[in-house]
Design a protein around this ligand. Structure first.
Ligand SMILES: [Zn+2]
Length: 314
């Protein structure tokens, strides 16, 4: 399915221009079927060719391998890591079989507070807008007309933005209130339970921590940041019976969602690495607790590959 000449050329470009640079890809969900509310999340079909492309033209590494190479400046050409944030159940049911098919190592960062059947606030909000039997929603004093999928998506995005930086308790109270106002029922659990996280680890996927409640760490007092960070590590270690060495900052934009205080806490909590959501690549000079990530959004293999190479040389 790939244009071999084109991809070999891009592979060569990556080898010479992206020398000693590491691409870390960030994913959230891999959908069994396309979801009109989540057009940017890859389906199994898309994720399959993406992983096949990584296997053919890149050197997929586990995060631990990549960290060792970064430390000694020995990264192989076209080095790449695959990571997932939040701990979605479809990481186990949809993504893992595809990762295994192409022998791609991966890391999944889990927010442990959602492992008890509760969905994340953003998914709960999207679920309200996704109910096709409903044409209107009452949100606070607003009567929102839902209309077609495009309109539902843009309305949902606006409300996500509105609520995103509210204090955690206020945000959750708002979502609860919206469900009550509209007599809505919760969606089935979207996140992995502890036994499913353990199963994913047994398949060889590295499990990392992503706080308990997925807060914007920067706005929390230091003590609360410490609790969010170290409790998620402890919970995962108890569930897995093994050490958890890697961390992902929720939302993850340096200076906006977390700051130097957060990074210090992550270091002293015993994490060997941490990943952000700022775009870019990492090399031997990158601080291991500020590893950049990037995922091309393109829907064709050529553009996907090209953008990964551009990410390395820019
Ligand atoms: Zn997250």
């Amino acid at each position: 399915m790939f244009n071999a000449l084109l991809h070999h050329s891009l592979q060569l470009a990556g080898k010479y221009c992206g020398r000693h640079k590491l691409n870390i890809l960030i994913y959230h969900q891999v959908l069994a079927e396309a979801d009109p509310m989540r057009p940017s999340e890859p389906t199994a079909e898309v994720f399959d060719w993406q992983m096949q492309l990584l296997r053919h033209y890149f050197t997929p590494l586990s995060l631990d391998e990549a960290l060792q190479h970064l430390k000694h400046n020995t990264l192989p050409a076209n080095a790449v890591c695959v990571t997932f944030d939040d701990g979605y159940l479809n990481n186990l049911t949809v993504a893992q079989p595809i990762l295994a098919k192409y022998a791609i190592p991966a890391t999944v960062y889990v927010a442990t507070g959602f492992s008890n059947g509760l969905n994340m606030w953003n998914d709960r909000l999207i679920h309200l807008f996704a109910d096709a039997t409903r044409q209107q929603l009452t949100l606070d004093d607003n009567l929102v007309t839902l209309g077609d999928w495009q309109n539902r998506r843009s309305q949902a995005q606006q409300w996500l933005k509105k609520l995103k930086y509210l204090p955690l308790n206020e945000r959750l109270a708002k979502i609860d209130q919206f469900y009550q106002q509209n007599k809505a029922t919760e969606q089935a659990p979207l996140m992995m339970a502890p036994a499913q996280i353990k199963q994913l680890a047994q398949y060889g996927v590295t499990i990392g921590a992503h706080t308990v409640n997925h807060p914007i760490l920067k706005v929390l007092p230091e003590e609360q940041q410490q609790q969010e960070i170290s409790r998620s590590k402890q919970q995962l270690e108890a569930w897995l019976g093994q050490s958890v060495q890697h961390f992902a900052y929720p939302n993850g934009v340096q200076g906006v969602d977390f700051d130097d205080t957060t990074t210090e806490i992550v270091k002293r909590s015993g994490f060997a690495s941490a990943v952000v959501t700022n775009w870019g690549v990492s090399d031997a000079n990158t601080a291991p607790h500020l590893l950049k990530r990037f995922t091309p959004w393109d829907k064709t293999p050529a553009r996907f590959h090209l953008r990964l190479i551009k990410n390395m040389v820019s």
